[in-house]
Design a protein around this ligand. Structure first.
Ligand SMILES: [Zn+2]
Length: 284
């Protein structure tokens, strides 16, 4: 639910209240001609054409209930974001429990955050297997769940219904189990990682004194401080940042990507150059 959207008919951002009133007056004709101004998802205006004096609340909701706002969308609130993370991981859980694999996908700028449940012909897949991972021969067709959000992977990893040692994740063409995907950040000391992993540990959240827009994630577990744009990281982590920034209290920190100890900028996020898409915090 969002309170404003881009009207395709009017070619400008418009509030839900205003759109609803214009629908009653016949100045707007199609309740589906709206896009989210944050992520571009198609939206529908609720209570279309009704008498405005009888309407208590106006809002826009995704037109297709399987095509939700992107999780980073600045327009959705934390309640909606939470329910989307849960929805994503519930769908992925169902697919895993019926023997399917999870694809870790890079999110496109204006991507849809749903899980694309597609049938693919396994023989056409370019499969790279890591030596230590036993993988059953692929059946003729298998379903794949495409999952973008780091938060959804953390939900899966913590989900007691999921067998982390047998759930297969396909990350950048490399297959590994959920257990292999998650690595303790203190393993990063004196090492570099060529494969994509989700590194986890605990850390404190601070603003940089010279530049208030920079968030510093300081940790004993991660070998070096992680720097990120505060505004952008807030999209996925608003509540925890509000609660813990500058307090000196620790949160669980997840970073997704590679680590190169020899580089001046050692953290290589999964989304190239976009650390904010690949750091996630939870309560300890
Ligand atoms: Zn949106």
């Amino acid at each position: 639910m969002v309170d404003s959207a881009f009207s395709i008919e009017q070619n400008e951002e418009i509030s839900a209240r205003c759109a609803q009133e214009k629908s009653h007056l016949g100045q707007l004709t199609d309740k589906r001609k709206f896009l989210c101004n944050g992520c571009g998802v198609k939206l529908t205006c609720i209570n279309w054409g009704k008498n405005p004096s009888n309407i208590k609340r106006c809002y826009f909701t995704p037109t297709d209930r399987n095509v939700l706002h992107y999780l980073d969308c600045p327009k959705i609130d934390s309640v909606e974001r939470k329910s989307q993370i849960k929805k994503e991981s519930d769908m992925a859980t169902n697919l895993i429990q019926t023997g399917n694999e999870i694809n870790m996908c890079v999110s496109k700028e204006k991507a849809i955050s749903n899980i694309i449940d597609e049938s693919i012909n396994s023989s056409m897949m370019n499969v790279t297997r890591s030596k230590n991972t036993q993988i059953n021969s692929p059946t003729k067709t298998s379903k794949k769940a495409n999952l973008y959000s780091l938060a959804s992977f953390v939900e899966l990893y913590d989900n007691p219904k999921i067998q982390n040692e047998s759930t297969i994740i396909n990350a950048s063409g490399e297959k590994m189990t959920l257990n292999e995907l998650f690595k303790e950040a203190n393993d990063l000391n004196n090492s570099s990682s060529k494969s994509i992993h989700i590194f986890y540990g605990t850390g404190k959240l601070e603003k940089m004194s010279k530049n208030n827009e920079i968030l510093m994630i300081k940790s004993d577990d991660f070998p070096k401080t992680i720097f990120a744009n505060l505004k952008l990281v807030e999209r996925l982590n608003a509540n925890l940042i509000k609660k813990y920034l500058g307090t000196g209290e620790r949160v669980n920190v997840y970073f997704r990507g590679r680590y190169d100890m020899n580089d001046e900028h050692p953290y290589k996020p999964f989304h190239d150059g976009k650390v904010y898409m690949d750091v996630y915090f939870t309560n300890m």
